[in-house]
Write a protein that binds this ligand. Structure first.
Ligand SMILES: [Zn+2]
Length: 83
């Protein structure tokens, strides 16, 4: 199993990595717009990243740790462009 682990890694990006630049990420604020592809935002509690397509909410439950996180505590991880 060890031999195939690195092959799987690309598909499971950021799963077992902490977020070293988390404190440098910009917070979501009321001017944040999702744009055409949405945005990736990072949970401040578990550092999981998820894509959102709009910011018409004041708080969002994290899909990973289930915690309710208010809008300005989420961090913008980047545009949701599907590379
Ligand atoms: Zn979370």
């Amino acid at each position: 199993m060890g031999a195939v682990k690195h092959l799987l890694h690309d598909q499971q990006q950021e799963e077992d990595q902490p977020m070293p630049i988390f404190s440098e990420l910009k917070s979501v604020d009321r001017y944040t717009r999702a744009g055409h592809w949405g945005k990736f935002i990072t949970c401040p509690s578990c550092y999981s990243t998820q894509r959102v397509h709009h910011f018409a909410w004041s708080a969002l439950g994290c899909q990973s740790c289930k915690k309710m996180v208010s809008k300005n505590e989420w961090k913008i991880h980047g545009d949701g462009t599907p590379y």
